[in-house]
Ligand binder design. Structure first.
Ligand code: G3P
Length: 220
C-alpha cells in the first residue's frame, strides 16, 4: 500500500499519454518519485499496463475493473488479469467511467479478491459517505464539473466539500482531484485533511511535466 500523502497521475486516454508516450511519462514519474521520496503512482489505460510494468518500478493502477470473475465475459477487464500485469490497484467509478452502485459493489469485490488496491471515485460528499461502506483502500472526491478546468480547482471552488468528504469517509483516506494545478491547490487540500491527489491535466498537458510534477509534490 502507498504511504499517504499520495499522488496519482491519471493518464486517461490522452494521445500524449498512451503507448510509448505513456512509458516516457511513467519514467518521469519514477524519476521524481525516486528523487523526492514522495509516494507517486500513475493510472494508465489497460493496453499500457504490461508496457509500464516492464520499465518502471513505481506503483501503477488500472483506470477501471469490470464486475466479472473468470468466465464468459467477452471484452471485460478482469481483476485477476489486471493483477497479473503487476498493477497494484485500480480506479473504480471514475466520473468518465461511472458504474451503477450494484456494479461498483461487484467490481470492488472482484478487485479485492484479486488483491488490488481500490480507489473508489465519488462526485460529492454524499457519494463519499455511501461508498465508504464498501471499505475501499482510498476514496477520491472529484466534482465532475471541475475536471479538466484550468481556471478553478476543487481546492479553491469546493474547500468545504473536501472537509465534508474527509469527515464522512469513515477514516478511509480521501484523495482529491479536479482542476488541481498549483502548489496552493495542494496545500489547501492537505490542510483540509486530504490524503492525496488524483490529477490529470496539470501534468499530462504541461509544457514540462517533470518540472510541474516536482513543483506540485514539493508542497507535500
Ligand atoms: O482522475 C483525475 C482527473 O479526473 C482529474 O482531472 O484534469 O482536472 O486533473 P484534471
Amino acid at each position: 500500500m502507498m504511504s499517504c500523502p499520495i499522488w496519482i497521475t491519471n493518464f486517461k486516454t490522452y494521445e500524449q499519454c498512451v503507448g510509448k508516450k505513456a512509458l516516457e511519462l511513467a519514467k518521469i514519474h519514477e524519476k521524481v518519485a525516486l528523487e523526492t521520496g514522495v509516494s507517486i503512482g500513475i493510472a494508465v489505460n489497460a493496453f499500457d499496463l504490461f508496457r509500464v510494468a516492464q520499465e518502471v518500478k513505481i506503483p501503477f493502477f488500472a483506470q477501471h475493473c469490470d464486475p466479472v470473475d473468470y468466465g464468459a465475459h467477452t471484452g471485460h477487464l478482469l481483476a485477476q488479469s489486471i493483477k497479473k500485469t503487476g498493477a497494484i490497484g485500480t480506479l473504480l467509478n471514475h466520473s468518465e467511467r461511472r458504474l451503477s452502485f450494484a456494479d461498483l459493489q461487484d467490481s470492488e469485490v472482484c478487485a479485492r479478491k484479486a488483491s488490488l488496491t481500490r480507489v473508489v471515485c465519488a462526485e460529492d460528499p454524499q457519494e463519499i459517505e455511501k461508498f465508504a461502506w464498501l471499505n475501499p483502500d482510498f476514496l477520491a472526491f472529484e466534482p465532475p464539473e471541475l475536471i479538466g478546468s484550468s481556471t478553478a480547482s476543487v481546492s479553491t471552488s469546493k474547500p468545504e466539500s473536501i472537509a465534508e468528504s474527509v469527515s464522512l469517509s469513515r477514516g478511509i483516506p480521501v484523495l482529491v482531484g479536479a482542476g488541481i494545478q498549483s502548489v496552493a491547490d495542494v496545500k489547501i487540500a492537505l490542510e483540509l485533511g486530504a490524503s492525496g491527489f488524483l490529477v490529470a491535466s496539470a501534468i499530462t498537458k504541461a509544457e514540462d511535466p517533470e518540472a510541474t510534477l516536482r513543483e506540485l509534490v514539493s508542497a507535500f
